[in-house]
Design a binder for this molecule. Sequence first.
Ligand code: CA
Length: 526
Amino acid sequence: MNEVKHAQPQAQQAPARPLYITMHENDNVAIVANDGGLPAGATFSSGLTLVEAVPQGHKVALADLREGDPVIRYNVVIGYALKDLPRGSWVNERVIRMPAAPELDSLPVCTRVPAQLPPLDGYTFEGYRNADGSVGTRNILAITTTVQCVEGVVEFAVRRIKDELLPRYPNVDDVVGLEHTYGCGVAIDAPDANIPIRTIRNIALNPNFGGEVMIVSLGCEKLQPTRLIGAGTIPIQKEGEPDVVCLQDEQHVGFASMIDSIMTTAERHLERLNARKRETCPAADLVVGMQCGGSDAFSGVTANPAVGFATDLLVRAGATVMFSEVTEVRDGIDQLTARAATPEVAEALVKQMAWYDQYLEKGEVDRSANTTPGNKKGGLSNIVEKAMGSIVKSGTGPIHGVSGPGEKVTQKGLIYAATPAGDFVCGTLQLAAGINMHVFTTGRGTPYGLAEVPVIKVSTRNDLARRWHDLMDVNAGRIATGEATIEDIGWELFHTILAVASGKKSWAEHWKIKNALVLFNPAPVT
Ligand code: CA
């Protein structure tokens, strides 16, 4: 497969006239840009006439395709025609066959390593510097839980902390219970259980929580607090810390006693968090997680290329940028191993892909199980096409490092943080990896938000940005209509990241939209 070109989409005409977008000169399909799609007979400035109606974001054949011919988008074979498709036909998932995923044992390694991107100096944000050198973009008290059993109690306590304590600590932004469904009824010693366990442990250490770790435990659960602390990743800084409140402890007589205990513990941490002050930090201290969800055919044309441009800017400024979502890079893994900075990075990429292939195989599916009805309605015929549009979030630089699901990332540069593509699972694992900013692109539209880290949402289409004007932070749809370039939106996103990192609220924060943490547990449940 060839490299995806980050070419500026070619706007053929003014937006009100029939308009299609091609990604590469070798492509034999393009997508219809017009809101609402186009009817049969619509003629483009190139002379191409639609032989049938084509919805917005869906593909039109630019040339006569014979049965078995490759269908090419992003200069990559995204499928093979299942029947003859004359020029001007609607090319959708029903008329193309998906190609096989690249074999993992014959990939190009470091064959197209891009030159290091030139440095970008002078950009800063106002953040909370932590003792370990990391920087928070928010000042949050997070209460780690070891098991779902304590959730109701923690929720009750968080409400009281917010009502009664938080007003006295005005520098603290929020109090968040890190609730999840793991902790008991699981094969805790299974090899793959290390993934959910290290995820919980590393989320507690997210830079936005200022190193103030407190844990609420039930007492009899499988995930004993010692599995989080004893492993050494949650450092014991002072005697008795991290604080653990155990609900089954004999000292607790009655519900009020448990709540008092959580509140007293919380207050000690609130006092210290309240002393944190924002200070000017270089953009190099940003750790940004890139993700897409509710994707359509515009994701890979507008929003994701703009994210890719911002990724390059961030990497040039010395920041850490993560891209993830294994099933959405699997079909372009040859591009990534070719871009790996070192053979070790390429090998680590392959290792993550192979592990995930096996994981999917156990469930008797493959990466094609990724695509949703909404993706297809939005014009994405299959996972190959979706992956080509997803990978462009990684920009154009060399890939500097790879991390496994739930591992903490300490390296700078462009990192592949392996996660499932499911939005909440990916977001949860990126939190564990240590992001202090999250960028999320969407075409179909999802109101996604996290309590733990600010989420900036980027719309792929003008129509979504218009309808969801108070949910989308950046509109990349203007790229499709020629009103803005990928570079324009990339810079806008970069500046938005710096502003939100400094305290400006994203729309998800404004409305307090908070999705649940969802742990990735590939190990058996008992
Ligand atoms: Ca996703």
